[in-house]
Design a protein around this ligand. Structure first.
Ligand SMILES: Cc1cc2nc3c(=O)[nH]c(=O)nc-3n(C[C@H](O)[C@H](O)[C@H](O)COP(=O)(O)O)c2cc1C
Length: 194
């Protein structure tokens, strides 16, 4: 609360002293949410891998399906990812971006998607699907990357089995690249905190 005797200047804020609400210490660790949409589980594993890399880099992390996230309060950074199906993001990831776009515009946000069943994603910047791209622009996302996908579980749908028969089966995720991308984010966050 401001001291009415000091011309409206909040003494605690001006001196850095503790306030009634508690010590005015800087937050020491970033708290990062990794929210994802995955049908077959491979994008979920990418999200977990990103979370682990950020944890190793000293961040607090929360990794969960986008549909389970109700609020963003308390997170200082958000990473959103989706599997690609038929050229678009899964609806729950897209809806997550749309629902939370005002809050997302206030924190650093990175996006990833996963899909290509070959090495085409490695070392190349692939465009975001159009609807996601315009939302990403309005949020002001810091970056986007596409990682290779995986097709080859045992419980495949008919469409997936057809793709495997056509020779698209396999695991094209590069976990070294995924870790390197995550560590780059951790470095940016640390630099902005310093
Ligand atoms: C029916 C079908 C459509 C797909 N469409 C795309 C696509 O448009 N672009 C792409 O990069 N990958 C596409 N994929 C590959 C998936 O994105 C890939 O298997 C991904 O790893 C799936 O992630 P998930 O296991 O998290 O659901 C498709 C896969 C299937 C089975």
């Amino acid at each position: 609360m401001s001291d009415p005797t000091n011309d409206g200047v909040d003494a605690a804020a001006a001196t850095g002293a503790d306030t009634a609400a508690g010590p005015s210490l800087p937050v020491e660790r970033d708290r990062v949410l990794v929210a994802y949409a995955s049908q077959g589980g491979s994008t979920a594993q990418i999200a977990q891998s990103i979370g682990l890399a950020l944890l190793d880099a000293g961040c607090d992390i929360d990794v969960r399906p986008a549909r389970q996230v109700e609020r963003l309060s308390g997170f200082s950074c958000v990473i959103v990812g989706s599997a690609l199906y038929h050229g678009v993001w899964m609806p729950e990831a897209f809806k997550f971006l749309r629902r939370h776009r005002a809050e997302l515009a206030r924190v650093p946000v990175w996006l990833f998607d996963s899909g290509p069943l070959d090495r085409s994603a490695e070392g190349h910047l692939l465009p975001l699907p159009r609807g996601v791209a315009s939302l990403a622009a309005s949020i002001g996302v810091r970056g986007h990357v596409t990682f290779g996908g995986r097709l080859g579980r045992t419980d495949l749908t008919v469409a997936e089995r057809l793709l495997v028969i056509e020779g698209h089966g396999g695991d094209f995720r590069n976990f070294e690249d995924i870790r390197a991308w995550s560590e780059q984010i951790a470095r940016v966050l640390a630099a902005e905190r310093a």
